[in-house]
Design a protein around this ligand. Structure first.
Ligand code: NAD
Ligand code: UDP
Ligand code: UDP
Length: 343
């Protein structure tokens, strides 16, 4: 990567065919809001690897310095503690706008703050994009489809969302964020990109964020029962984080506004997920049923034809392959101290 930076800085034209295209591109100034969070920090790793200058803007509500600490001291990296609900002046080429709690437990904690983050926060980042002529990518969500009446969900589906329910701060917040992005695009010519992300898992997820994959993995490791909400027959489609990051970057670099579904079409009931966790971590793990949460979507599975066709993207990591990659990270973070004391 040193070579990549040198090449980029020294105007040397690399001989044709010898240096991959990626090494010749001009380094960009990129801001990642929510870059200290789960998805954001993995995106930051890829952008740093590519030779870009990265500014992370994060208020640390659910993000952690630990997720980006390995970039501290790199002159191309900057971390700003800032809440996107307040305006900010920056000079950048691209804006990846991720700032927003993603786990239902976190986004329901202070619903009004969640709406402000989605609406005012997105407005501010679009205002920034307008001022400096940057390209803007919004990380929207499969939740814009609500409790879907169409299965699988294609981008053309308008959704089935309860506007006054306990999940609305997030669902309707993201729907408004999409509207804002489209209006800045149509009305003001801002270059925007919209990703609708489906359930994503991987290393660096908050251990106790209440999402199903992090819950089951942490529970199995701690020898606690896996808590299945409702009858466990509701479905979700789980995407490994590196597949998502690849999709986000292709979307940003490509020519299409979207929206694009980014998710893994592999669909599992929560009971099936519990089985995969048992196979991966502890075949003796018990299952405990709990009442389900309000307005829980019954099923969710992306139709990714559009991303396949226009972005040349599809996920490559199945749940069976991805789960073990997350387990080793969780093991380290849960038992870290005891293990290092032993070795
Ligand atoms: P996360 O909670 O790990 O990350 C969100 C980050 O945003 C955190 O670092 C948090 O501190 C920061 N943040 C929250 N509010 C902020 C504010 N007002 N100002 C500045 N920073 C703020 O969640 P994640 O899973 O990494 O999700 C990232 C994005 O992807 C979110 O926009 C989320 O809605 C979207 N998304 C994620 C999933 C998923 O399954 N992980 C699914 C759909 C959409
Ligand atoms: N904004 C920002 N950084 C900028 C430019 C704008 O945070 O570099 C904010 C600005 O404070 C405003 C929002 O983005 O609240 C929308 O800006 P825009 O210029 O589109 O709207 P206006 O300020 O004209 O209402
Ligand atoms: N869920 C579960 N056990 C848990 C946490 C969640 O059975 O410990 C269920 C939840 O009811 C929902 C699904 O898992 O049906 C996915 O929930 P999550 O919070 O991970 O994401 P969502 O897709 O609802 O945003």
């Amino acid at each position: 990567s040193t070579r990549r930076v040198l090449l980029a800085q020294s105007n040397v034209v690399a001989p044709r065919g010898r240096v991959p295209l990626g090494l010749r591109r001009k380094p960009l100034r990129v801001v990642v809001t929510g870059g200290a969070g789960f998805v954001g920090s993995h995106l930051v790793d890829r952008l740093m690897e590519r030779g870009d200058s990265v500014i992370v803007v994060d208020n640390f509500f659910t993000g952690r310095k630990d997720n980006v600490v390995h970039h501290f001291g790199n002159p191309r990296f900057e971390l700003i503690r800032h809440d996107v609900v307040e305006p900010i002046l920056l000079e950048v080429d691209q804006i990846y706008h991720l700032a927003c709690p993603a786990s239902p437990v976190h986004y329901k904690f202070n619903p009004v703050k969640t709406i402000k983050t989605n609406v005012v926060g997105t407005l501010n980042m679009l205002g920034l994009a307008k001022r400096v002529g940057a390209r803007f990518l919004l990380t929207s969500t499969s939740e814009v489809y609500g409790d879907p009446l169409q299965h699988p969900q294609a981008e053309t589906y308008w959704g089935n969302v309860n506007p006054i329910g306990v999940r609305s701060c997030y669902d309707e917040g993201k729907r408004t964020a999409e509207t804002l992005a489209m209006d800045y695009h149509r009305g003001l010519g801002i270059e925007v990109r919209i990703a609708r992300i489906f359930n994503t898992y991987g290393p660096r997820m908050c251990i106790d964020d209440g999402r199903v994959v992090s819950n089951f993995v942490a529970q199995a490791l701690r020898k606690e029962p896996l808590t299945v909400y409702g009858d466990g027959k509701q479905t979700r489609s789980f995407q490994y984080v590196s597949d998502l990051v690849e999709g986000l970057m292709r979307l940003m670099e490509g020519d299409h506004v979207g929206p694009f579904n980014l998710g893994n079409p592999g669909e599992f009931t929560m009971l099936e997920l519990a089985e995969v966790v048992q196979e991966t971590i502890d075949s003796n793990a018990k299952i405990e049923f709990r009442p389900n949460t309000e307005d829980d979507p019954h099923k969710r599975k992306p139709d990714i034809s559009k991303a396949k066709e226009l972005l040349g993207w599809e996920p490559t990591i199945s749940l069976h392959k991805g789960l073990p990659l997350m387990v080793s990270d969780f093991r380290k973070r849960i038992f870290g101290d005891e293990n290092s004391a032993k070795t």
